[in-house]
Design a binder for this molecule. Structure first.
Ligand SMILES: Nc1ncnc2c1ncn2[C@@H]1O[C@H](COP(=O)(O)OP(=O)(O)OP(=O)(O)O)[C@@H](O)[C@H]1O
Ligand SMILES: [Mg+2]
Length: 323
């Protein structure tokens, strides 16, 4: 397998001597050519910082990184010709048309008018916005705008594409639609490194992923490999009243269930005897007049992987549009 991105002991610290923020804390990883690779992590995990280092927009505090065979520090110019980057905020000018935006991108990449025109035609069809070329960007929906911005990011046919939170703010249908387009780019041979705080997105889209928290890698693998780390099924219980928490804990003690993760009024248990245990819990809560807001039994998700590793819900990252 050919390496598209290779990162060794990378660190990035913001701030001065008085106040230091370690945004990226000594991380190493490899992204292979032709894969969709994701960083999944809560707000402030260091996802954008890592991408901005790899796209040569930020310096490095420690370690090394190569992208498309070039070093990001010593060969930054060459790196820039080989990558595309669509930032978290997007970059399309709302007061220009889609066509004008793409023409400007072509100019910035130093492409000829002819080549630019050909690629606008090709990409607008591939990413399904051919009909929108004469529209002002400000009139587009979120999903349409994102597809245009991705086209801007790949007009020069880069080897590696960086997408920072490509679907934030999109509704589930538009999100799923964009996933299909991103997969198409991968199937055409592009390497894609994306960041996300959506569990479902990381699960559905990534060939491999890293879970990042507080600047550190806490897990790495395919979505299936990561979920397999959690043996058995997950029972989640949500209480209506916090005063019942102690009584619930007594039940867990009685049943000698050791591995209970408690977050507020929620308890999560991983077990190989899911149904049996749920039946016990129902019986017990009825007997002790404990009101449940919710109880569910499911196969482990990436949220469970995060929960098991950190003791916190990834959902607690709490962002607009979070599921
Ligand atoms: N320019 C900056 N100056 C100081 N601190 C910064 C700067 N940029 C980011 N940070 C801090 O670095 C840490 C990592 O930020 P980063 O933007 O990389 O996180 P993220 O994972 O992309 O988060 P989000 O999901 O919210 O986009 C955070 O604690 C953030 O406050
Ligand atoms: Mg970010």
């Amino acid at each position: 397998m050919v390496k598209a991105i290779s990162v060794e002991n990378l660190s990035m610290t913001y701030g001065n001597k008085k106040e230091k923020i370690i945004a990226v804390d000594n991380i190493s990883f490899t992204v292979y050519q032709g894969e969709i690779f994701s960083f999944l992590g809560p707000s402030g995990a260091g996802k954008t910082t890592t991408q901005r280092i790899l796209t040569t927009l930020l310096p490095i505090s420690g370690g090394t990184a190569d992208v498309a065979g070039c070093n990001v520090l010593t060969d930054a110019k060459k790196v820039r010709t080989k990558i595309g980057y669509v930032s978290q905020l997007g970059g399309a000018d709302p007061n220009a048309t889609v066509h004008e935006n793409l023409e400007l991108s072509g100019k910035l990449y130093g492409l000829s008018k002819d080549v630019t025109a050909q690629r606008i035609d090709k990409l607008s069809k591939l990413l399904d916005f051919h009909e929108l070329l004469s529209r002002f960007v400000r009139t587009l929906s979120g999903g349409q705008k994102r597809r245009v911005e991705i086209a801007q990011g790949i007009l020069h046919e880069p080897k590696v594409l960086f997408l920072d939170e490509p679907t934030t703010g999109l509704d589930p249908q538009n999100r799923a639609n964009l996933w299909q387009h991103i997969k198409k780019l991968r199937d055409n041979g592009m390497t894609i490194f994306l960041t996300t705080h959506y569990l479902e997105e990381a699960d559905a889209l990534s060939d491999r992923l890293i879970i990042l928290d507080h600047g550190k890698i806490i897990a790495e693998g395919t979505p299936t490999e990561l979920k397999k780390k959690i043996s058995g099924e997950a029972i989640s219980i949500e209480l209506k009243n916090s005063r019942d928490a102690e009584k619930m804990k007594q039940l867990f003690n009685q049943l000698a269930i050791g591995n209970v993760i408690e977050t507020g009024m929620n308890f999560t248990i991983y077990t190989s005897k899911g149904e049996e245990l749920v039946a016990h819990i129902f019986e017990y809560t009825k007997e002790h007049h404990i009101e449940l807001a919710n109880i569910s039994l499911s196969m482990p998700s990436l949220n469970d992987v995060f929960l098991a590793l950190t003791g916190q819900e990834l959902r607690d990252g709490g962002k607009e549009g979070e599921q």
